[in-house]
Design a protein around this ligand. Structure first.
Ligand code: ADP
Length: 501
């Protein structure tokens, strides 16, 4: 039996997972790390802690799987995207905390660039909008705020990268400074079609080429983790950003196939084939993956900021449930939401609405409204947001979806999945293993070293847990969707002109 070690470096925890050649999980370890919020809107991680927790959990996962390190054929890395680290080449020491994807400190920079009228240009090259979310402005911020950093960068003394690049540097003892096309596509510095750093964008965002890693395919020969780390030398044969890894783990290997991850937020990606698609519906155009010498594969992506975290709000904010899974019993204690609608726009609305001033609303409350109706409306609110994404996506792709593949913590809710199928009018398919992200990195690495010869071989080992077929009539669906549009209107622009401005 051959094994693959997946390193799944997330926003709140690092995980190591050992998969066998049937795609089954044989050992897992997980460790949370600290979130730093030095100022309002700022989010940082200690990059050393990311590395330490990742190393520990990888070692523990191997132990838990009871496999000898020499039987591990390859390592696949998947990671929180956009989060940025800058470190010293000579010591491998970070010069500042990592700036996390959620961090908004560089908003003034992207606002200025928008006023300068360059957004359409940036978007044409990168597929992205101008937003502090992406790495470019984060790298420049560190170089401009750590004393002496910019001068050191110009001299070639500093290295920068997203979390994949940082982990690779640490795993190879500083021998390799590289990234993969999916992570590079989230920096705002890469030409999406050429998969190369764009000199004009480097100038625009004020990032010196000297700090940037080399861009490779997702299944490139990235380097070797030495025997001191895991007990035997293990080649690193895959790097892929978390959402793209999930798309691959869900085996969305043909154009038009899509997955949605129901986590804290919701992330939907649709594979669109070998040509990047410029979204006309406010979605992002991004890399899906690139394997070997084959042409690159592209995706369109949309995200909902508040997904499963709306359920956590029912628990922590309202106190109407004790744990997240309790939402299902409460919501199913009533036959419907009795006209109540909930738009969980707690931090504004993401794609395709893009309204940072929107706030959450609950509408349609009457004298008979109970906690159960609000719980049900909350689940429906998550499903409606995902339906909004899918509508934009199918409009961009020019083609309807056959099935939506799902994963993530909240995909455990049968009720939410049934609502999703009903609101989409499309079947929702939940696999047995919902660890699609780690699985995607493991599949990519396993294919690279010949554990599997091609993706069709993996299709045989992917098991479906349950398919939720839509049961609503088209009329009922369009009535519900129209009602949702009215609720969304009420959430929009709520925070605009706050304090009389
Ligand atoms: P992330 O990777 O973004 O941290 P997860 O994929 O672990 O998130 O999903 C966590 C979310 O799933 C939580 O917001 C929680 O509310 C939700 N969740 C977990 N279990 C259930 C369940 N049985 N029913 C509904 N929601 C659930």
């Amino acid at each position: 039996m051959k094994y693959i070690l997946a390193l799944d470096q997330g926003t709140t925890s690092s995980r190591g997972i050992v998969f066998d050649e049937r795609g089954a999980i044989c050992g897992v370890a997980q460790k949370e790390f600290r979130q730093h919020f030095p100022q309002s809107g700022w989010v940082e991680h200690d990059a050393e802690e990311i590395w330490q927790t990742q190393l520990e959990t990888a070692r523990q996962a191997i132990k838990n799987a009871r496999v000898a390190a020499r039987h591990i054929a390859a390592i696949g890395i998947t990671n929180q995207r956009e989060t940025t680290v800058v470190w010293e080449r000579s010591t491998g020491r970070p010069i500042a905390n990592a700036i996390v994807w959620q961090d908004r400190r560089t908003a003034p920079v992207t606002e200025r660039l928008k006023r300068d009228g360059v957004e359409a240009h940036v978007s044409r090259i990168t597929g992205l909008v101008l937003d502090p979310y992406f790495s470019a402005t984060k790298i420049a911020w560190i170089l401009d705020h750590v004393p002496g950093a910019r001068a050191r960068a110009e001299k070639g003394e500093l290295a920068a990268g997203t979390v994949d690049t940082w982990l690779l540097w640490k795993l190879t003892g500083g021998a390799v400074h590289a990234t993969d096309v999916t992570n590079a596509s989230r920096t705002s510095l890469m030409n999406l079609r050429a998969q190369a750093w764009d000199p004009e964008l480097l100038k625009l965002f004020d990032v010196p080429a000297s700090v940037l890693p080399e861009i490779r395919a997702c299944d490139a020969t990235f380097g070797v983790a030495p025997a001191e780390l895991f007990g035997a030398e293990v080649p690193i044969r895959a790097m892929v950003g978390d959402q793209q890894a999930a798309l691959f783990g869900q085996l969305c290997t043909r154009p038009g196939m899509a997955k949605n991850t129901f986590g804290t937020g919701c992330f939907m990606l649709m594979q669109v084939g070998e040509q990047a698609v410029d979204s006309r519906n406010h979605l992002l155009s991004t890399m899906a993956w690139k394997r070997g010498d084959a042409a690159a594969t592209y995706a369109i992506e949309g995200s909902v900021f508040v997904g499963g975290s709306a359920i956590q709000w029912l628990r922590d904010g309202l106190g109407i449930i004790r744990s997240a899974p309790d939402v299902n019993a409460l919501a199913s204690s009533v036959p419907d939401a009795d006209g109540v609608m909930m738009v969980p726009a707690f931090t504004g609305l993401g794609a395709p609405h893009w309204d940072p001033t929107a706030r959450g609303v609950i509408v349609g409350i009457s004298r008979g409204t109970k906690a159960a109706h609000i719980a049900r409306a909350t689940l429906e609110g998550i499903a409606h947001q995902v339906a909004d994404l899918m509508q934009a996506m199918t409009a961009d792709a020019g083609k309807a979806l056959d099935v939506l593949r799902v994963d993530g913590g909240a995909s455990a809710s049968d009720m939410l999945m049934q609502m999703q199928a009903d609101l989409l009018g499309v079947p929702v398919e939940r696999p047995k293993v919902v660890e699609s992200t780690a699985q995607g990195a493991a599949f990519m690495a396993g294919l690279a070293v010949g554990v599997w010869s091609d993706p069709s071989q993996i299709e045989h080992i992917r098991r479906i847990d349950r398919t939720f077929a839509p049961v609503w009539s088209a009329d009922r669906r369009s009535a519900a969707r129209a009602q949702w549009q009215r609720a969304i209107e009420r959430s929009r622009r709520w925070d605009e002109g706050k304090a009389g401005t």
